[in-house]
Write a protein that binds this ligand. Structure first.
Ligand code: CA
Length: 620
């Protein structure tokens, strides 16, 4: 696996990312195709030119077709096409275009160095001491920027880089910002942005170029690149790492897009009847098990990590990819920086056309060291499954108690190490937290629903896995009961900034809980061995309230400034009492309030835990 990664990232002879290499003296082209009988590049002065200048490519080693064009070609555009079975195929920008025209139709020849914002050479990844210290905040460029009156560049990368955007993340205390697809996707027409359409962006067109709709000028190929870098630079300067949501599992359309035009069918899994396999539920699924698709994915993530200084990758429908590919990606990123994160959805939408035992499914996470998977286990245990409207532990369902206890210790049966267990309750998919509690516990008062909200997020933030929060939950966002808002209008998807005042108590609670996690290593012991050694669940007495979990992290001398931590989670409507081990404690959370500096002191004895809330004690 390591040898493949090294080959992919260091052997210049066969790099897929060298499709177009610019210098002021010459531009060289190199395209891979194992099927073409002829290939040519067409060079255009303008994107509305009738016909490009045709350059024939020569077939060289390893099915790479190459040509060199002398002189300074910057500012021109190109496409590539291949000849097979007696005819020329359709033109495309190639599979590894690094700059494109509006809507990604033509590749652009540019000097990438000229896209670097001022000071880019000094941009460094913020420090990251340990993966379980991570608190990821997921958002979409439009969700986050459209409704904030203090932001000038609404819906743009530059808006994410503005001071009010960054300040909120710093106040909250998160470590990583995960951005919904920011590569060039197809569902938004970049020439009619003023029509205010919205899409999540899970429909890749050009994998290695930022989305034009998030730039201030999609018609200028350098603009989107520069502005994406400016966003990353500003976040890095604020101490926040940036995770990119990558969607290699399918493309917008199959043989209509560059992958299919360059080599029809090769990059996809096919059914026996010649139709496209569809594990993604989006019409096709890519074939990471095919050598050059695997190499494409490896080179693509390495390119984003090197050229854009991206700090992590969240793999959409990772269960469609094979384990060997994920391990090869991990090895290749380690060559750049081992602190770059890798995690994803350890499932597929439908059955992929590949042996289950070899896929990067959640169940096999332990076979992919330092590649994480979202834990639907802890999610479902806390708030209920997205496939029904049942309650979870945090909304009063005691039947989820055992499952939640397992989630708190990062589900060792599949995760391998705690960092490979992404603890979360909500993300862009399915209901946001407020709506989920609303559909499953509608008859409760708003006060109770807020208590359930805090309880659920608290369980995530005291769990031993890597933690993840959906942006806007801290401001009590609602999507008006829409559980799939991928193309809903801004009015549904925006983060409601006015709630920072209206629900200041909720925001402060999230902020304090993140601070409590970050202040106490006991909540992020970091290894399965340490979790097994230090975590215990205190048994309930006979006939005791099954809505209570008592999660204790003990023997923390030398690990944490607390000697032990006791977390009492009450997922029921009744107050409960429990005898904690004798000691002096600082109360960090109680009765839906939290304070990293302590709400007060108590000594041994019976602790009261209020309905739908968490009491957290740190032993002095
Ligand atoms: Ca686009």
């Amino acid at each position: 696996m390591l040898s493949l990664a090294l080959l992919a990232c260091t052997n210049k002879q066969i790099r897929m990312e060298d499709e177009c290499v610019y210098t002021p003296e010459k531009t060289t082209f190199s395209f891979w195709s194992n099927e073409a009988e002829q290939m040519e590049v067409l060079i255009y002065d303008e994107t509305d030119s009738q016909m490009g200048e045709t350059i024939s490519l020569q077939k060289g080693e390893n099915d790479f077709w190459t040509a060199t064009v002398k002189g300074d070609q910057a500012g021109k555009y190109y496409t590539v096409r291949s000849f097979r079975n007696g005819e020329w195929g359709l033109e495309s920008p190639g599979i590894f275009a690094k700059a494109v025209s509006v809507n990604g139709q033509y590749a652009a020849i540019i000097d990438l160095k000229a896209t670097n914002p001022e000071g880019w050479e000094n941009d460094v990844r913020p420090a990251m001491p340990d993966p379980t210290d991570i608190v990821v905040y997921e958002t979409h460029v439009r969700d986050y920027t459209m409704a904030n009156p203090a932001i000038e560049h609404k819906g743009k990368f530059l808006g994410m880089a503005e001071e009010p955007s960054i300040k909120h993340l710093q106040e909250l205390g998160i470590t990583h910002l995960q951005i919904l697809p920011m590569f060039d996707y197809g569902s938004i027409d970049e020439t009619t942005l003023e029509r205010n359409r919205y899409n999540w962006g899970y429909d890749p067109v050009n994998y290695n170029v930022p989305e034009g709709g998030y730039s201030t000028n999609p018609a200028d190929p350098a603009c989107r690149i520069r502005e994406a870098k400016q966003m990353i630079q500003a976040l890095h300067a604020a101490g926040i790492r940036v995770v990119m949501d990558v969607v290699y599992n399918h493309t917008y359309d199959a043989n209509g897009c560059a992958l299919g035009r360059v080599v029809p069918n090769y990059f996809y899994r096919m059914n026996e009847d010649g139709t496209f396999a569809n594990g993604s539920g989006c019409g096709n699924e890519t074939a990471s098990d095919h050598e050059m698709m695997r190499q494409f994915m490896i080179e693509s993530v390495c390119y984003w990590a090197r050229e854009y200084h991206i700090d992590g990758f969240r793999f959409d429908l990772m269960g469609i990819h094979d384990q060997e590919t994920m391990n090869a990606i991990r090895a290749a990123l380690d060559e750049i920086d081992p602190t770059i994160l890798t995690y994803g959805e350890g499932w597929a939408a439908m059955s992929p056309a590949y042996p289950y035992d070899s896929l990067a499914m959640k169940r096999w996470t332990y076979k992919m060291p330092r590649v994480g998977a979202f834990s639907d286990d802890i999610r479902n245990a806390l708030i209920g499954s997205p496939f029904d409207h049942e309650r979870g532990f945090a909304s009063g369902n005691a039947a989820c108690r055992e499952a939640l206890m397992n989630g708190l210790i990062a589900c060792p049966e599949w995760s391998g190490e705690p960092m490979q267990h992404v603890s979360y309750i909500t993300c862009h998919d399915n209901y946001c937290l407020r709506d989920r509690i609303e559909v499953s516990a509608s008859e409760e008062t708003e006060e109770t629903k807020l208590r359930m909200n805090k309880l659920a997020q608290t369980a995530v933030l005291v769990s031993q896995g890597m933690t993840f929060i959906y942006g806007g939950e801290e401001l009590f966002r609602t999507k008006m009961g829409i559980d799939n808002s991928y193309q809903s209008p801004d009015s549904i998807n925006i983060i409601p900034w006015e709630n920072k005042v209206a629900y200041a108590d909720l925001f402060d609670y999230y902020r304090q809980m993140i601070a409590i996690r970050r202040a106490h290593k006991g909540f992020r012991l970091g290894s399965a061995e340490a979790v097994a050694a230090h975590v215990e669940f205190l048994p309930l007495m006979e006939n005791e309230n099954e809505h209570l979990i008592v999660y204790r992290i003990k023997d923390l001398e030398g690990i944490d400034n607390a000697k032990s931590l006791v977390v009492l989670l009450n997922g029921g409507a009744e107050q409960v009492e429990f005898p904690v081990p004798e000691a002096d404690y600082t109360v960090l959370a109680h009765d839906a309030q939290a304070d990293v500096n302590g709400l007060g002191q108590i000594s041994a004895g019976w602790v009261v835990v209020e309905p739908y809330s968490t009491t957290i004690l740190a032993e002095n």
